[in-house]
Design a protein around this ligand. Structure first.
Ligand code: AMP
Length: 417
């Protein structure tokens, strides 16, 4: 834990999809990578004033950090099999100048963690000098050290289904838990909310693959599925409540499995401590990472408004347009012959326009597209154009704190006041 902490204070963002800044003293110019021409040995080296000193003389070097989600599955294997540092030494990618350094990119072309340097070639390595996909690294180590410790059941179809589903459908959305708003949208998902909902749906799908018996996902014996899914569930368990505290982060069977591993399996307890230590001490307390993640820890807790009741159809309104995202209805006190309000069904923090962030790009676009369509509708009383207004805050004369677009028309407007 203490070593985790000491690393933790230097790192800003340490998940596998996140850049690590170069650290002073390890500039990319100070390192060289050499490969011996023989197929039996490849040594990573760092230049020094005298001679190139090897970065490690171990058989394998795993480039990884304690908070790395995908690296954690490989660490679980290393810890469970009790591999020595001669077998696999775990080194921070910062020693190679960070994830985006040329040296590291030579090992891991996507600049992600983990990466494995194979320094002692065996037939199983098949000439590969480095590997950079966590599932591939995990399976290589399971094969290389097959005779040591638990097998992790690399051929169990239940485990493989979970591993594959996790890597293809879950990890690819995981950024929704911690990506800053400025880096939205999230892949296929226009906003964090829909990405989180897809993430939770896939957790439920994976839950359906679990065995009904035993402490582990595939029964009484640990499998690669446990090693792959457990770290992701640490992130989910810790972060999902930051966005929505109204429902449990993990579905029930997965939650029981997760709690069991965390409390009754010392290796998974260690993985849990490694990841949580950085998430809490570095991300939350030191780097205030959550400040840049919209709504994380600062949910929409403003009082509801009369518009919620209109959305819930608890009070009547003359609705003129409705879809999954927006509702448009006639203003009860029209100030023009045609006066329609367009609102998001889910306020999602948008009490007023000044609360808008990149998270809201999609819904703001939808409101304006709907306003344009309404302004085109002669049956609603619109003629040749409309005035589209958003009142914001006290000075803007806003009365209802649920963002809304006024679409005004049916007459020629005068100059703006
Ligand atoms: P604003 O001043 O921009 O906050 O606008 C709020 C608008 O909501 C006003 O034009 C009100 O007339 C309108 N409004 C308030 N209550 C209702 C309601 N129950 N149905 C329709 N419009 C409403």
């Amino acid at each position: 834990m203490s070593s985790t902490k000491s690393i933790g204070v230097f790192i800003v963002l340490l998940l596998s999809v996140i850049d690590i800044p170069n650290v002073s003293g390890f500039s990319s110019a100070s390192k060289v990578i050499t490969s011996s021409s023989a197929t039996t040995s490849t040594k990573l080296t760092m230049s020094s004033s005298d001679a190139a000193a090897p970065l490690s003389t171990s058989d394998h070097v795993l480039f990884d950090l304690p908070v790395s989600n995908n690296g954690a599955r490989v660490r679980a294997i290393i810890y469970k099999k009790q591999l020595s540092t001669q077998d696999v030494e775990i080194i921070s990618p910062m020693r190679m100048g960070g994830l985006k350094s040329l040296e590291y990119l030579a090992l891991s072309p996507q600049g992600l963690m983990p990466a494995l340097s194979i320094q002692k070639q065996t037939p199983l390595a098949n000439g590969m000098k480095h590997l950079s996909e966590s599932d591939t690294i995990a399976r290589y180590l399971l094969a290389e050290y097959a005779g040591v410790g638990p097998s992790f059941q690399p051929d169990n179809p239940r485990s493989n289904q979970i591993c594959r589903w996790h890597d293809v459908y879950l990890t690819t959305i995981q950024g929704c838990l911690y990506k800053p708003a400025s880096r939205l949208p999230l892949g296929d998902y226009a906003d964090r909310k829909s990405a989180i909902s897809a993430f939770q749906k896939n957790l439920k799908v994976i839950e359906g693959f679990m065995s009904d018996e035993g402490m582990y996902l595939c029964g009484d014996e640990v499998s690669l599925a446990d090693a792959s899914l457990f770290p992701t569930c640490i992130f989910a368990n810790y972060m999902l409540p930051k966005f929505d505290s109204s429902q449990p982060p993990l579905p029930p069977k997965l939650n029981t499995w997760f709690d069991n591993l965390r409390t009754n399996d010392s290796v998974f307890a260690k993985i849990y401590d490694e990841i949580m230590d950085t998430l809490v001490t570095s991300w939350e307390e030191t780097n205030h990472r959550w400040d840049s993640i919209w709504l994380a820890g600062q949910r929409d807790e403003a009082p509801g408004t009369i518009f919620d009741k209109i959305v819930a159809k608890e009070i009547p309104a003359t609705i003129v347009k409705e879809d999954e995202h927006i509702l448009a209805f006639k203003d009860i006190n029209p100030v023009a012959p045609a006066h329609i309000l367009v609102i998001p069904k889910d306020r999602n923090g948008l009490t007023n326009l000044r609360k808008a962030s990149a998270e809201h790009t999609d819904i703001l676009g939808r409101l304006l597209v709907a306003a344009g369509e309404i302004a085109n509708d002669s049956e609603l009383g619109f003629g040749d154009g409309a005035r589209v207004v958003i009142n914001d805050g006290y000075d803007g004369g806003q009365e209802v704190y649920h963002i809304h677009v006024h679409v005004l028309g049916g007459k020629k407007m005068g100059p703006m006041a």
